[in-house]
Design a protein around this ligand. Structure first.
Ligand SMILES: Nc1ncnc2c1ncn2[C@@H]1O[C@H](COP(=O)(O)OP(=O)(O)OP(=O)(O)O)[C@@H](O)[C@H]1O
Ligand SMILES: [Mg+2]
Length: 456
């Protein structure tokens, strides 16, 4: 990655833009320009800039409205205003609106350098503070999330960068990989942390209710609407709305959601007027969204809108190096809750844990550890305290791949999943809720798998 910092120069005077561009480039910055606030906003929505140098008086959208729009859009850029002689009051107003500093026109290159150096120093301190905050919890942790996997590390960095922006993010990954944790991190690591984080599982609410749940309704909008009710979009105003299992959203509602995202306005069911809202939307799915789109189950336009940024969490079996770390993490977490001392896995138990392919990912691992803690009484978590599936995981896997002619982990895992699901359904007489419990996956995850493997 390039070390050069990006600066956005916003001024309606072409000469000045050009002059600054040349000057800042010489100082090692990467420079882009915009002729008014509106253009600048578009640039900022497309990419991150370390600093924005912005004129106050401009046509179309002046500096002041630009600052207001930035804060509304949740863009946390460091903006330095450039004010013409005699408009110091304007500059001070701008600082109240969130500008970091100002510089009076005309200025020379040293003055600019000085202001930027100061701003850089502040950024450095901010980063440092953030790093220190995160380090307190442990070497590999990011908030509550622990990992030593390089891909996960990159994702954490991405989350850090995205946290302050309003960009919609789609978090993808198999069941139990930590999608909700990432969604929470996006909220709590960013400027919206003091506003609400509201989560809704689009698959768990009947389609008929989902609409009023999201958008609210007025009294009399339908038979049961005995009073006005705000929807979750309104409740999340200023904060983040987490739409979990987004692929489950009915097509009819997808259109409405798209409109809300585009217009940033919601209208309660049955209401005559709409209301502006400022909500960051993060959604999650364990499905292959591109396939959902291809099969006509999900609107392409909405998919693009939600997927401005995608974060895809690798399954646990693709980051085996995390298993031991997570085992210790959950042993400590649940051990403490149960008033137990420090418990560690026996070598045999650890071997089984590392070898197992974890179809239910981190959630399944956490459940296994929690259960194991109850079963084992010493400070050693023995193999015998682990669920049977984990103890025998490798045997099954070998059998499955022997059937085929490949070494594909994916195929073997699928075969094993089929077999385990079949067995669980047999044992529970076809009761899916109970089967999901035995399988240690969510009820929804089981439904997906039944569909995926044509077992339903
Ligand atoms: N890297 C991690 N470090 C610590 N805990 C984790 C990690 N990943 C997941 N967990 C824990 O595992 C559990 C499952 O995580 P989460 O609910 O975020 O997964 P999910 O992808 O949303 O699952 P689902 O698709 O089933 O909804 C949670 O209890 C979470 O705290
Ligand atoms: Mg979840």
């Amino acid at each position: 990655m390039s070390e050069r910092k990006r600066i956005l120069v916003v001024d309606d005077e072409e000469n000045l833009r050009h002059m600054l561009q040349v000057m800042l480039k010489k100082q090692g910055y990467q420079v882009d320009t915009a002729a008014d606030g509106k253009q600048a906003l578009e640039r900022l929505q497309q990419g991150a800039y370390a600093f924005v140098l912005c004129d106050i008086r401009m046509p179309v959208m002046d500096g002041r409205s630009f600052l207001a729009a930035c804060s509304e859009a949740g863009i946390g850029a460091t903006v330095i205003m450039m004010s013409a002689y005699g408009s110091i009051d304007d500059a001070i107003d701008c600082m109240k609106l969130g500008a970091y500093d100002f510089i009076s026109k005309p200025f020379n290159s040293e003055e600019i350098t000085l202001v930027l150096k100061k701003a850089e120093e502040r950024e450095r301190l901010k980063d440092e503070n953030r790093r220190l905050r995160n380090q307190v919890v442990g070497e590999y942790s990011f908030g509550e999330i622990v990992s030593r996997n390089a891909r996960m590390g990159e994702l954490f960095e991405m989350v850090q960068k995205l946290a302050d922006h309003k960009t919609t993010v789609l978090v993808q990954g198999e069941s139990g990989t930590g999608k909700e944790l990432i969604a929470r991190a996006l909220h709590y690591q960013g400027v919206r942390r003091d506003a609400p984080f509201i989560a809704i599982n689009c698959g768990a609410i009947p389609a008929a209710l989902l609409e009023s749940e999201l958008f609210g309704h007025v009294k009399g909008a339908f038979t049961d609407a005995s009073h006005d009710k705000a929807g979750l979009f309104e409740e999340a105003d200023g904060g983040t709305l987490f739409l979990d299992e987004i692929a489950e959203m009915p097509l009819s509602l997808q259109v409405k959601l798209l409109r809300v995202l585009q217009e940033e306005e919601i209208r309660r069911l049955g209401a005559a007027t709409s209301k502006r809202i400022n909500v960051r939307v993060v959604s999650a799915t364990s499905r292959d969204m591109a396939a959902e789109v291809a099969q006509g189950r999900f609107r392409e336009d909405l998919y693009f809108r939600l997927n401005v940024f995608a974060i895809t969490l690798p399954p646990l079996r693709e980051r085996i190096e995390d298993v031991e770390l997570l085992v210790d993490h959950f042993l400590d977490k649940h051990g403490e809750r149960m008033g137990r001392g420090r418990v560690r896995p026996s070598p045999g138990a650890l071997q089984a844990l590392v070898r197992y392919h974890w179809p239910g990912n981190v959630r399944e691992l956490e459940n296994s550890i929690e259960r194991g803690l109850i079963l084992c009484e010493s400070e050693l978590l023995e193999l015998s305290c682990l669920p049977e599936t984990v103890r025998r995981g490798t045997g099954l896997g070998r059998r499955a791949s022997d059937d085929g002619d490949s070494l594909s982990i994916k195929k073997a895992a699928e075969a094993m999943e089929r077999a385990l699901i079949g067995r669980a359904l047999e044992q529970t007489g076809g009761n899916r809720t109970h089967a999901a419990k035995l399988l240690e996956i969510s009820h929804r995850a089981l439904l997906y798998k039944l569909k995926e493997y044509d077992l339903g």
